[in-house]
Design a protein around this ligand. Sequence first.
Ligand code: PAF
Length: 277
Amino acid sequence: MKIIKKISEIKEIISNFKKNKKEINLIPTMGSIHAGHLSLLSEANKYDGINIISIFVNPAQFNDLNDFNNYPNTLEADIKILSKTKCKMIFAPSIKEIYPLGIKTEKAVFKYRDILCDLFRLGHFDGVTTIVKILLDLIEPSKIFFGEKDFQQLKIIEQLIFQNNLKINLIRCPSIRDSYGMSLSSRYSTFSKDEKSKFKKCAQIIDANLLEVKKDFNHKILDNIKKELRSYGISKIDYIEVRNEEDLSLSINNERTRLFIAFYLNKVRVIDNFLLY
Ligand code: PAF
């Protein structure tokens, strides 16, 4: 497995792939590789082409410096995990390589904004679209793989591809969930034992109410989830909303909708979404 850290090197490799008419499948990550990322890799394996996993903890998408500093940075462990898979290439540049002139973002996508995470993590999605566009320009993939856990991110990247007229197929991959039904996330690797058991309890609260939402949607159930989470000590809940998965508009039924949820368990922001149909 090749580990590439330099832009000059990845450019040369990509140009050779292109000369040889090889297709590229890109799986962008911020590392701390878990079963969710590996499922993206398995999906990529179903298609022709060379799989490249990028690992870059992108400072531009952290609206809070503490959050950036606390984000797990586990390149050596990630390399070990990925070396046991069919992954042939990791692109793991430094911050200087990606942002030689300093960290800068551009607001490129205006659709699917001012709702959900965008209201609570100002500038986050500008950081995400900035780094994804840099990666797409460098690696020129024909397919890119995203998990449905970060559903708003996925929609914004679809829009980025559409707006720029890129011939890139975004492959959506369902969340990989733990035994309590929550999507896996690199952020949860920092949970203490106590936080793990709190997380399990929160998952049970969500799961029990989810059955009710699916049976008979009404706003009282959403209030109930908030109330139960609060009574369990979760004081910061960013949102619990039902939205249509096509346009992310608020919805009052459960046709093609998902329950979107974001709250803090101590310092860790938990986000997830659950199919309601
Ligand atoms: O979902 C992530 O891990 C990141 O937001 C991404 C897409 C790799 C961009 O840094």
